[in-house]
Design a protein around this ligand. Structure first.
Ligand code: HEM
Length: 405
């Protein structure tokens, strides 16, 4: 392997397998690497765990707002303006203010209450799968609960769930030919989602309830509340951020446990190890492979000088295989205890944008795997098929047979 072999930009790189060899080479030889892009652009790759954490926590030097946290390439100016209004793409102090308000909707009590309900939903999803026997796991099992959870969380009435399902699926752009949609489709779906959020907020303003939408609308920090635009955009961000990510975490967990039957057996023998197992699934699967920042001033990372206004891409997927942090990083070990809640960076490196839905995602994964382990034995029928993307580590098809335990 040499630098000429590195191509982390092309989505085709990720279709057959993850480019772990490239990442291992970069971590060892060029942990801060200026990656050229065919169209003449470039971005800097950060591949070590320690450097990722440093960049992720230093929002003053590495901005999410300048060029957004998304995309390795460049946005056109209109898209940039729109994207910057989302919390994910803000910097302090605007970000901190908004985050304080929305935090009020994500309290442990609210997640706990939701988890009880999600356990019932998970039981039913697995029971339905068992009835069919042969399932396409991604669509029939893994994608169900994240959609239900977001709809419930946002207080979308049951009869409207289907609308939110369809809109959020249409809003997720994709580089994979199997899911490519007309450019207008995602935009149109976003418009409809915005209007839906508006309608829901209007209703809760007029008829406050004991739910999260009402909490979010009434939450006040330093005398300020979410305005209409902020609420609607936050609603849209949640609908997208909690959907494909959690679906892939569940699919990666299934695949890893199928490919490592000894690890699956550990969880079957002692379900109390599931919490640790979920953290290992998150490390192993790392559904969001990277996020981007832009330097606000000249910086030095691991001895490499980088000027102001350069794109920095930190790779969660590489940091989660960093051999200086994880022993034997390419083996999947559900009892890897130091990993618990601390070391892996699947939800970010602990900075101000740390995943707001982390505990909700964990709760969903826990109830689904608890039911899958309790109710069913599993067998893989075909090799899994991967998503063509340089952003989401995705499984798009996983054929499994479920039989009663
Ligand atoms: C396994 C599933 C998930 C993964 C792997 C994941 C991953 C991430 C990552 C890597 C970040 C950026 C962290 C940073 O830059 O420091 C993030 C941010 C975020 N996530 Fe998640 N996420 C997941 C599930 C969810 C769920 C279920 C929700 C919503 C209910 C959610 C909502 C958000 C939001 C709103 C942000 C932006 C926070 C901010 O800008 O302050 N995520 N997520």
């Amino acid at each position: 392997m040499d630098l000429g072999d590195i191509n982390l930009f092309d989505p085709d790189t990720y279709v057959d397998e993850l480019p772990h060899e490239q990442f291992a080479y970069l971590r060892k030889e060029h942990p801060v690497f200026r990656h050229e892009v065919a169209d003449g652009g470039h971005f800097w790759c950060i591949t070590r765990h320690e450097d990722l954490v440093t960049v992720n926590r230093d929002a003053a030097s590495y901005s999410s707002w300048r060029r957004t946290a998304l995309t390795l390439g460049d946005h056109d100016t209109d898209a940039l303006e729109q994207q910057r209004m989302m919390m994910l793409n803000m910097d302090p102090p605007d970000h901190s203010k908004l985050r304080k308000i929305v935090n009020k909707g994500f309290t442990p009590r609210m997640i706990r209450e939701l988890q009880e309900h999600l356990a019932d939903e998970a039981r039913q999803i697995v029971a339905d799968g068992l009835e069919k026997g042969d399932v396409e796991f991604v669509e029939e099992i893994a994608s169900e609960l994240p959609l239900i959870a977001i709809a419930e969380f946002l207080g979308v009435p049951r009869e409207d769930r289907k609308i939110i399902f369809d809109l959020s699926n249409r809003m997720i752009g994709s580089e994979d030919p199997d899911y490519q949609l007309d450019e207008g489709v995602a935009q149109e779906a976003a418009g409809e989602m915005y209007a839906y959020a508006q309608q829901l907020a209007d209703d809760r303003r007029a008829n406050p309830r004991n739910d999260i939408v009402t909490t979010l609308l009434q939450a006040e920090v330093d005398g300020e509340r979410l305005d209409e635009l902020e609420f609607n955009l936050f609603f849209m961000l949640l609908a997208v951020a909690g959907n494909e990510t959690t679906r892939n975490a569940i699919s990666h967990g299934m695949l890893a446990l199928l490919e490592n039957p000894d690890q699956q057996q550990i969880l079957r023998d002692d379900p109390s190890k599931l919490d640790a197992g979920i953290e290992e699934i998150l490390r192993w699967g790392t559904p969001v492979m990277q996020f981007r920042r832009q330097t606000t001033k000249p910086v030095t990372i691991a001895g490499v000088d980088i000027p102001e206004d350069e794109g920095i891409v930190f790779w969660h997927i590489s940091a989660n295989r960093d051999e200086t942090v994880f022993d034997d990083p390419y083996s999947f070990q559900v009892e890897r205890s130091p990993n618990l809640h601390t070391n892996h960076v699947a939800f970010g490196g602990g900075g101000p944008h740390f995943c707001l839905g982390a505990n909700l995602a964990r709760a969903e994964m826990k109830v689904v795997f608890a039911e899958l382990l309790k109710q069913a034995k599993w067998e893989q029928r075909e090799p899994a098929r991967r998503l063509r993307s340089n952003f989401i580590n995705g499984i798009k098809r996983l054929d499994v047979t479920l039989t009663p335990t």
